[in-house]
Design a protein around this ligand. Structure first.
Ligand SMILES: Nc1ccn([C@@H]2O[C@H](COP(=O)(O)OP(=O)(O)OP(=O)(O)O)[C@@H](O)[C@H]2O)c(=O)n1
Ligand SMILES: C[C@](O)(CO)[C@H](O)COP(=O)(O)O
Length: 388
């Protein structure tokens, strides 16, 4: 029976990130709230073939790495060059008992699809080393003092990524044999210099290295949740009755009659609640606050609207806009429009510019025209995570 060789991931994170700028080295900057190094660690450590992870950081930063990654990870002090940091990591793995396979990975490549690791390990079955690469899509030219010189044939050129996978004993020996006076930008060239072939497997665009400041915006965009716009509409009617206060759009409006209903009968807020629940495809106001339930008798309708707002937030969504139309002969809505907008904006916790309140009569036609009741229509526009 053969056992798979012990496979160790070695993440190098001891660089200064000078090309990326910023107050802290790029591997400690966050993307979607998580440190770049933590993303890289999570991606590689989460692959089922990885038995242990060693991380190389600048001397003095060991406690930062442990705080980010936990105590299971082995933390090693790095060197002034990437090559030196890899060497320090390999020696630490050797001192800890060695490995069968090592995957050497840049912390600066935080997004690692598992399929890349699968391809590397498969290629390693017949070789001492394998690396992920991508083809070059642009035309390549040499420069001669600011002008274009020869075009470089690109068919055989590849962009080299990490992780780079090696038989551990072979890459350790190659590093030890390497002339310390020379640098090397990656480990595959060190292996090759020791006489071994390096297999190429297909890499992944998501593995691109964070090198420059603008690369961080690209990385944030990669992780940003995709939103979809959802629109809901609501409609409600309540009867006007003497001796009732008139609540409309969350505002107490002076009038000779008020709206009758189980709660405070604020027809405008009720239509808005239904619009928001509609956009969520989450039932209607009656299913969340049944009129048969005595606890809602006389209840202020701003509670219902705040509830709908919280349903949106709980789904990871945001309220982009609400548009309300109040349909009545009297009272006049114009004088109260901005107070209603301000109140609704406060309940929904959105800027007032996202709240529209309009009004219309029905030219004295129908129940609204006969002043028997007031109707309201609302449209709510929400952004919800696409998968919600
Ligand atoms: N002395 C070094 C230099 C680099 N690295 C690591 O090697 C990876 C790739 O290197 P690079 O992108 O060049 O990172 P930096 O050297 O930090 O960047 P810069 O050259 O812009 O300073 C990074 O994860 C980096 O932290 C390292 O461990 N030790
Ligand atoms: C190892 C590497 O990421 C492979 O592309 C690259 O060579 C690192 O180069 P850098 O100059 O250290 O960024």
């Amino acid at each position: 029976m053969t056992f798979p060789p012990k496979t160790v991931a070695l993440i190098v994170a001891a660089g200064q990130g000078s090309r990326a700028g910023g107050d802290v080295p790029k591997q400690y900057r966050t993307i979607a709230g998580k440190a770049v190094l933590a993303h890289a660690h999570e991606a590689i450590a989460g692959h089922g073939a990885i038995d242990a992870v060693f991380v190389v950081v600048a001397d003095g930063q060991q406690h930062v790495a442990r705080a980010l990654l936990g105590d299971e990870v082995q933390v090693v002090a790095g060197a002034d060059s990437r090559r030196g940091s890899v060497r320090a990591g390999l020696e630490a793995i050797d001192a800890a008992g060695g490995a069968g396979i090592v995957l050497i990975h840049d912390a600066a490549r935080p997004f690692l699809p598992a399929a890349v690791v699968d391809r590397l390990l498969e290629a390693l079955a017949d070789s001492e080393g394998a690396i992920p690469t991508l083809p070059v899509a642009d035309t390549l030219v040499r420069e001669d003092g600011g002008t274009m010189a020869d075009t470089v044939e690109r068919a055989q050129l590849h962009r080299v990524q990490t992780p780079q996978a090696f038989r551990f004993a072979t890459i350790l020996a190659a590093h030890r044999a390497w002339d310390e006076a020379r640098d090397a930008t990656d480990d595959a060239q060190i292996l090759r210099a020791s006489g071994h072939d390096v297999m190429l497997v297909h890499g992944d665009e998501r593995l691109e290295k964070l090198t420059y400041r603008q690369d961080f915006a690209r990385a944030e965009a990669l992780l940003a949740p995709a939103y979809m716009t959802r629109v809901g509409m609501g409609y409600d009617v309540h009867r006007l009755a003497p001796g009732e206060p008139l609540w409309l759009g969350g505002v107490l409006v002076p009038h000779d009659r008020g709206l009758a209903g189980h709660s405070d009968a604020d027809v405008a807020l009720h239509a808005m609640v239904d619009a928001m629940l509609g956009a969520l495809a989450d039932g209607d106001i009656g299913s969340h606050f049944p009129p048969s339930d005595p606890q809602w008798r006389g209840a202020p309708s701003d509670r219902f609207l705040a509830y709908a707002r919280d349903r949106v937030t709980a789904r990871g969504g945001r309220i982009d806009h609400v548009d309300l139309t109040i349909i009545c002969e009297a009272p006049k809505i114009g004088p109260h429009r901005d107070a209603m907008r301000a109140r609704i904006a406060a309940i929904l916790d959105v800027p007032i510019e996202r709240v529209s309140v309009k009004a219309t009569t029905t030219e004295r036609l129908g129940f609204a025209g006969r002043r028997e009741g007031i109707a309201a229509q609302a449209v709510a526009t929400l952004s919800l995570p696409a998968l919600s």
